[in-house]
Write a protein that binds this ligand. Structure first.
Ligand code: SAH
Length: 232
């Protein structure tokens, strides 16, 4: 069946991807600390149901993480929104379009966070250690028409030195400590958003490179899969 949902063609049924379902998700995020309206609109418009298995599509607009295979998960929408909001300059403070230049993402996963970030960045450089997962994400994002993304099968602990420095770095898996290479690759004024700590209870941190040095802020408690050293 080909249905017309939100003006966008989809091969899936109408109920689970309807405007009302997406509105409910956005409403929930705005009640839970997401104030940046551009981020909320982005969560509304990215078709999250196309990033998960067909069998899970009916749950795509619930505010939960879902399995994507190989023990990995698609991040919870609230977490994606918090991280995106934390990377962006405060609304009104910058007229640059897009607001971010070069962005490094560690942990491509299914590519949902990449898709949410895409219009806010001039270019996204995304690293994933599992080749199969990255191949699927690249195909999906290409099919959806995202053109400003470069992919690397590699170890995110190393960052992407050939493209540094980055205005923003987003890490979607949790190391025990902030990797030194990522701090080195942060541009002046740049922001790094990263979960840090043991499995199941991590601190989501924002580290900003200021003229006075690195400034750390605690954003929230979160639960991510671990950042694993080496390539899979
Ligand atoms: N951002 C994704 C979720 C990513 S889940 C989304 O939007 O849904 C975390 C991902 O990080 C997994 O795919 C995992 O394989 C990857 N990962 C873990 N350690 C890594 C490393 N050292 N380098 C690159 N990717 C890594």
């Amino acid at each position: 069946m080909v249905a017309q949902v939100n003006g966008e063609a989809t091969t899936r049924g109408i109920g689970m991807t309807s405007a009302r379902t997406r509105d409910r998700l956005v409403q929930r995020l705005s009640e839970n600390g997401i104030t940046n309206t551009a981020v909320l609109e982005r969560i509304r418009s990215v078709p999250r149901h196309l990033f998960v298995d067909e069998a899970l599509a009916s749950r795509a607009y619930e505010d939960t993480a879902l399995p994507i295979g190989q023990g990995q998960t698609i991040s919870q929408p609230w977490v994606v929104a918090v991280m995106t909001q934390a990377l962006l300059p405060p609304p009104g403070s910058s007229s640059a379009v897009p607001p971010l230049g070069k962005v490094l993402e560690v942990g491509t996963g299914c590519g949902y966070q990449t898709a949410v970030l895409s219009p806010f960045a001039r270019q996204i450089f995304t690293i994933e250690r599992l080749a199969g997962i990255q191949r699927a994400a690249r195909t999906r994002l290409n099919d959806l028409g995202f053109g400003n993304i470069r992919y690397r099968h590699g170890d995110g602990f190393q960052g992407w030195p050939g493209q540094a420095p980055f205005d923003a770095i987003l890490v979607a898996a949790a190391p025990a400590e902030v990797p030194a290479a990522l701090l080195e690759q942060l541009a002046p004024g740049g922001r790094l958003v990263i979960p840090v700590g043991p499995s199941g209870q991590q601190d989501l941190l924002r580290v900003t490179r200021t003229p006075d040095g690195l400034q750390r802020e605690l954003l929230s408690q979160v639960s991510f899969v671990p950042l694993v050293e080496g390539m899979g």
